[in-house]
Design a protein around this ligand. Structure first.
Ligand SMILES: *[C@@H]1O[C@H](CO)[C@@H](O)[C@H](O)[C@H]1NC(C)=O
Ligand SMILES: *[C@@H]1O[C@H](CO)[C@@H](O)[C@H](O)[C@H]1NC(C)=O
Ligand SMILES: *[C@@H]1O[C@H](CO)[C@@H](O)[C@H](O)[C@H]1NC(C)=O
Ligand SMILES: *[C@@H]1O[C@H](CO)[C@@H](O)[C@H](O)[C@H]1NC(C)=O
Ligand SMILES: *[C@@H]1O[C@H](CO)[C@@H](O)[C@H](O)[C@H]1NC(C)=O
Length: 263
């Protein structure tokens, strides 16, 4: 082919290859009184999403209740202080989401009307101080029930690849992790799927911790190939504050993802 045709071909390929910034870090915050406050977490600039955990009671006619473990006592109304901290985080471009559920929660949605009334609760002005949020974002369900993800209603899905041996990294062996990741990315209908990991070995009693070097060399380069790759989710701020895991992997998580359109 002439050099002109070669140039033309090259330009065409360029036009079909689109780089989009991808790869975010999400962190759970709220279940350990010794993990520092929200402002401190946001000022590290390590995280793109903070999942405040948990709205542990809702549905079935129950009054929605937030549980922030050792931080503050939501029923007493003292959690209003987090309203300003949420705003500060938002000003840094960080999205603060409310995590619904938690393993010890009593959450039950008995009908569509029940779900609607829980959602409506957040829009009632006088309920907000009780729930701490003065600058609310719409509560965002981040937990997975059965085939919820197959509804296609979720923009971001954070999947836990730890405390779950058939789906996790083990002593240098990535095969279970990668096959589980492949299954999620092929089946889940979602814009972004993130790899949920422990931020320290102690954060996952049933395993799945991946040393940062191994994550960077053996895992991220494989999973970042998926167009649904959304980054990493970490459990949790308490462990990450001690380990610095998030900061050490951040440059590698952030790598641009390449979307190649074939028309
Ligand atoms: C949040 O934590 C930081 C660091 O420990 C502290 O300096 C700051 O005063 C705290 N902010 C609030 C509102 O408590
Ligand atoms: C959980 O909520 C339901 C109402 O939806 C209530 O009947 C039940 O007693 C609650 N369970 C606990 C352990 O609080
Ligand atoms: C890695 O784990 C898979 C699944 O458990 C197993 O089949 C495979 O033999 C392991 N590979 C190595 C090198 O141990
Ligand atoms: C996926 O996440 C990126 C940020 O990394 C965001 O720009 C994009 O809108 C998300 N995609 C969807 C479909 O939500
Ligand atoms: C995935 O990561 C590898 C190395 O870590 C990098 O060379 C590659 O460009 C990345 N792929 C995409 C699609 O960003």
């Amino acid at each position: 082919m002439t050099s002109n045709t070669a140039l033309h071909f090259f330009l065409l390929v360029l036009a079909l290859t689109h780089f989009s910034h991808a790869g975010t870090i999400a962190i759970y915050w709220g279940q350990n009184g010794f993990e520092g406050n929200l402002t401190e977490a946001c000022e590290t600039r390590t995280y793109d999403y903070i999942n405040m955990a948990f709205l542990n009671q809702f549905g079935g006619g129950q009054t929605p209740e937030l549980n922030l473990a050792g931080h503050y006592d939501p029923p007493s109304g003292t959690c209003v202080i987090f309203g300003d901290q949420i705003k500060e985080c938002q000003e840094l471009g960080i999205k603060v989401l409310l995590s619904l559920g938690g393993s010890a929660g009593n959450c039950t949605l008995v009908s569509q009307d029940d779900a609607r009334s829980v959602a409506d609760y957040f829009w009632v002005e006088e309920h907000l101080p009780r729930l701490f949020i003065r600058s609310p974002q719409f509560p965002y369900p981040d937990y997975y029930i059965g085939n919820a993800v197959a509804t296609g209603l979720f923009d971001n899905v954070w999947v836990q690849f730890y405390n779950n041996p058939p789906c996790q990294y083990s002593s240098g062996n990535v095969s279970n992790l990668i096959s589980s990741w492949n299954e999620w990315t092929s089946k889940a209908i979602a814009g972004n799927i993130s790899l949920g990991l422990p931020a320290a070995e102690e954060a996952a009693p049933s395993g799945g911790y991946i040393p940062a070097d191994n994550l960077i060399s053996d895992v991220l380069p494989v999973i970042n190939d998926s167009s649904k790759y959304g980054g990493v989710m970490l459990r949790n701020r308490y462990y990450d504050r001690l380990s610095g895991y998030g900061a050490s992997i951040k440059p590698y998580v952030l790598r641009e993802k390449k979307l190649v359109y074939s028309s």
